[in-house]
Design a protein around this ligand. Sequence first.
Ligand SMILES: [Zn+2]
Ligand SMILES: [Zn+2]
Length: 246
Amino acid sequence: MQIFGDYHTHTTFSHGKGTVLENAHAAQEMGLKELGIADHGFGHILYGMDKRDLPKLRAEIENATAQTGVRVLLGVEANFISPNGDIDIAPADIEKFDFILVGQHRFVKARFADKFGFLLPNILGIKSKKMREKNTQAIIRAMEKYPIDAITHPKHGMAIDVLAVAKKAVETNTMIELNASKMLFSREEISQMINLGVMFLISSDAHHPEKIGCVENMLKVVKEYNIPESQVANLNKLPTFKRKKL
Ligand SMILES: [Zn+2]
Ligand SMILES: [Zn+2]
């Protein structure tokens, strides 16, 4: 049992420690067929990548593919920026990426009204019923609006209704990440998601080349929680992305 691709990895284009080529070499050593570079979206205040760097990033990705034989893809870990499902990648920019991951992060740029009603309560860690509803709506509406491939670390640091998100994920063909850096789900949540037909994506969320493909703990979760192999998109096979060029 192994993953064929690790699609949530960071580089020096945001706050990862390795270059694209270093990540690709690490992926090659781990025997991966594909590697996704998914640096933080443009709207992340601390670590967001610079939109102007995209052509350079694409060139480095092509070079890394040629040098290592690992197929490197250009993705992004975008941010939810409002309860209405807005993300920090404009529709016109979506086509620049091979795949889109979106996660909830605290320090992102947002419209004035959303700063106080949405971001600040999350920064402060408020897990009220109202914030739970807002966060859940943010994810659900984003899945309706954008061709999102996977939701990264749902539930991390913020309250959400896991089942409501999972239902919409199945409906919109969006994967739910099993993040090797953060185990977020209870056994019961995993089993409910299996029953709903959720497709999971295992990833390392590596911020250092050494961590690429290190997902042993999630392979253990798959085994212990009886997640069917067919419900893990990158287990013993390659996943299909909505925007992946064939
Ligand atoms: Zn993240
Ligand atoms: Zn990440």
